[in-house]
Design a protein. Structure first.
Ligand code: GSF
Length: 202
């Protein structure tokens, strides 16, 4: 199978971390959806990465669909519990983490516009989403070892990718100082080869 992505996308990183944690072999194909000759729209009508292309050429998107497929297709190292209340909680963590990435990406794109065209209120609205979400994550994590308490799960992977994207694109957001437990979780995740080997890079 092939993962179409980039070295900076937090959503592609989530898929890459899951592939590594599940020890699934794949080809990583770099394709920026922003380049005029990108092949992404031919695979995903939404024109977004990541896309997982299965061996029968079926394209899977978006990252949540990809990681759920990967967790189901390989029995080892389960990252999501069976359908029950805990699974719902893992998926809410993922929705929260992906939402932080969504807001961060919107700020990043808005700031690429000419300064006069940038909408300060729009940027402030996205920053507020990030701040509220970080506080919510910190409150939910508390002093637990992992997002779901005693065991590592997809929730930690999604949160780690979101925090890593903030550190990469918005080093001025001082989430480490304000939420020491999130910093501890992120530093612990960086000890895992799957995270260390997928750190965002230009
Ligand atoms: C979001 C992917 C996304 O926005 C997912 O996979 O979870 N809900 C989707 N990807 C960006 C790249 S990045 O910022 O990570 C993307 O492909 N943007 C191109 C576009 O046209 O929006």
């Amino acid at each position: 199978m092939k993962l179409i992505g980039s070295l900076t996308s937090p959503y592609a990183r989530k898929a890459r971390v899951v592939l590594a944690e599940k020890k699934i072999e794949y080809d990583f194909v770099l394709d920026s959806p922003w380049s005029p000759d990108s092949l992404v729209p031919d695979l995903n009508p939404l024109g977004k990465i990541p896309v997982l292309v299965l061996d029968d050429d079926t394209p899977l998107f978006d990252s949540r669909v990809i990681v759920e497929y990967l967790d189901n297709v390989a029995p080892n190292n389960k990252l999501m519990p069976a359908p029950n209340r805990e699974r719902t909680e893992v998926k809410r963590w993922e929705a929260l983490a992906d939402g932080v990435c969504d807001a961060a990406v919107l700020i990043f794109l808005e700031r690429k516009r000419p300064a006069k065209a940038q909408d300060a209120a729009w940027i402030a609205r996205q920053e507020a989403k990030i701040e509220r979400s970080l506080a919510f994550m910190a409150e939910q994590l508390g002093e637990e070892s992992w997002c779901m308490g005693t065991h590592f799960s997809l929730a930690d992977i999604a949160v780690g990718c979101a925090l890593g994207y903030l550190a990469f694109r918005f080093p001025q957001i001082d989430w480490r100082e304000r939420h020491a437990n999130l910093a501890r979780l992120y530093d612990k995740l960086l000890q895992r080869p799957a995270f260390a080997e997928t750190a965002p890079q230009e």
